[in-house]
Design a protein around this ligand. Structure first.
Ligand code: NOJ
Ligand code: CA
Length: 547
């Protein structure tokens, strides 16, 4: 990074996402924890990342992997204490690593004291007004108030257990939606941002940032299909409404109370239109995830088009690009890119990894090439724990161990995201391959041994060594200040220059291509012979040497 202590450090930071329950288990109870993260800060510093983003570590009944929270200002006892959190932040800072935490504003757990109070309070009471309760339709109010659907399947309305009303949940029924028209909720979250900022966190990842505001006029408007194209003018009753931007402007004022101002990155999955980038405006959250690279086919033309569009849209909103190939919600890219073109990763996971047949070697090759391309781009790449080891998705976890609510809510038609959350392998052997306990909370396949940090540390051609090299070079070469200029390339190849420093060439095709014999290859995925870039590889070439 060019200016790690400057207030805009996040604009080109390499951010590493930690899913704490699956990262490192310090007390051998089979669940990863905050002291486990602290114990691995040396590894993260060696990898060269600028920041870590901690997925939720707050007290949670774990219906949705920690995104169902009973106290937004605490630490789940299974993961540690606030003291452990403070220790992690101070040790991370000492190692030159910033800390970003997840903020989950759309919903709480149904076990949150607020929701329990709401259930035992009458309709129209202030306690109920913290959530979105509504009378049902039809005889005796037995029908849900509208046809709104939840993300994990089924209706977005749940009848309260011992009463006449229904409550809204865009995710699992155990995640009731908060009412953002209520000033108490707005004030509570401003206080929560300050609570963590005062403890030294450098930024926030805002969960489901496009969902907080809802149009609850009666009768409720119909919203038949979550996958349809949403209106592009902010008029959808549930998503991406204009009122959200007022909320985030007030958050920005809190971020700016601190020096340097705290950063924030919005998670918005729907809709992928120009409007998504408005969350990144400088007087709002400043940054928004762009998931288009993870959705992009392995195709040179589409990769170039996707990257060009993303950079343009982000700049139009006054933001800077972000890039994501993997995270805790999507199948790992080493497996995704192993599938035949057009295949749906969820179908493959559903078949236990048997259909369609994958080409695992090609998947890893393409994943490395795609990563190296991403790390050469302007803006901020977000990495997901284990991708630096080339970990694949684990599609064949035993059904009785699946924890993702998608599995039950879809009537066992979708397995969900557990296969991307299998605990990390740190060592070639030993209890849970160095993760911690004798067995991890999700079983690691035997082949994780060869993909362990220890095994890859010893191998100069490993994925881990490639990530380390590329992240180091990204910083050393000062790529953040350099323009991106696309090169004219043959079909099946993408190439761009970063200033006068670096040329990044990705051979997406199935055949080797020639590159200047005298080219100095700074890093590649992996080593290429002089003058040749093999199929499905990326090389960073020094422009100093090629002229
Ligand atoms: C997005 C999170 O990344 C995902 O894991 C979670 O299930 C939903 N938001 C609900 O909080
Ligand atoms: Ca533990």
């Amino acid at each position: 990074m060019t200016n790690p202590s400057g207030e805009h450090w996040w604009k080109d930071a390499v951010v590493y996402q930690i899913y704490p329950r699956s990262f490192a288990d310090s007390n051998a109870d089979s669940i990863g924890d905050l002291p486990g993260v602290t114990s691995r800060l040396g590894y993260l510093a060696g990898l060269g990342v600028d920041a870590i983003w901690l997925a939720p570590f707050y007290p949670s009944p774990l219906v949705d992997g920690g995104y169902d929270i009973t106290d937004h200002r605490g630490v789940d006892p299974a993961l540690g204490t606030l003291g452990d959190f403070d220790e992690l932040v101070s040790r991370a800072h000492a190692a030159g690593i910033k800390v970003i935490v997840d903020i989950v504003p759309n919903h709480t757990s149904d076990k949150h004291p607020w929701f329990q109070e709401a259930l035992s309070s009458p309709a129209g009471s202030p306690a109920r007004d913290r959530y979105v309760f509504h009378d049902g339709r039809g005889d005796g109010g037995n029908q849900p108030p509208s046809d709104w659907r939840a993300h994990f399947g089924g209706s977005a309305w749940q009848r309260e257990p011992d009463g006449p009303q229904w409550y809204l949940h865009l995710f699992a029924p155990e995640q009731p939606d908060l009412n953002w028209d209520n000033p108490e909720i707005r004030a509570y979250y401003l206080g929560t941002l300050r609570f963590w900022a005062d403890r030294g966190v450098d930024g926030f990842r805002v969960d489901a940032a496009h969902t907080l505001a809802k149009d609850l006029r009666d009768p409720l408007r119909s919203q038949p299909d979550l996958d349809r194209h949403l209106p592009t003018d902010g008029t959808d009753p549930l998503y991406d409404r204009d009122e959200l931007h007022t909320i985030y402007r007030s958050w920005r004022q809190v971020f700016n109370e601190y020096a340097p101002p705290r950063m924030a990155v919005a998670e918005t999955w729907y809709p992928i239109t120009d409007r998504a980038f408005l969350y990144a405006r400088p007087d709002e959250l400043g940054q928004v995830f762009d998931f288009s690279l993870h959705k992009c086919a392995w195709d040179a033309h589409q990769l170039r088009h996707t990257i060009t569009r993303s950079i343009r849209q982000q700049h139009q909103a006054g933001g800077t690009p972000t890039w994501v190939l993997s995270n805790h919600d999507i199948s790992r890219h080493a497996s995704r890119l192993a599938l035949p073109p057009g295949a749906d990763p969820d179908d493959w996971i559903m078949s236990g990894g048997t259909r369609p047949r994958i080409n695992a070697a090609a998947g890893l090759r393409r994943a490395r090439a795609a990563t190296l391309m991403m790390l050469a781009l302007p803006g901020s790449p977000y990495l997901y724990q284990g991708e630096e080891l080339g970990l694949p998705e684990v599609p064949d976890l035993p059904a009785d161990l699946l924890r993702d609510p998608t599995w039950e809510r879809s009537g066992h038609r979708r397995k969900g995201r557990d296969g991307a959350r299998v605990p990390l392998p740190w060592t070639r052997s030993g209890p849970s391959l160095g993760f911690g306990a004798a067995t991890a909370w999700l079983p690691q396949p035997a082949y994780f041994s060869d993909l362990s940090a220890q095994a890859e540390d010893d191998d100069p051609d490993s994925t881990l060594r490639m990530y380390r090299d590329a992240i180091r070079l990204r910083h050393v070469l000062g790529l953040s200040t350099q323009d991106l200029v696309w090169r004219h390339t043959p079909p099946g190849v993408t190439g761009f220059d970063r200033g006068h420093t670096l040329r990044c060439i990705t051979n997406v095709s199935g055949r080797p291509i020639t590159i200047p014999a005298a080219a100095t290859v700074l890093t590649s995925s992996p080593i290429s012979e002089p003058g040749t870039l093999p199929a499905e590889h990326t090389a960073w070439i020094s422009l100093d040497a090629t002229g």
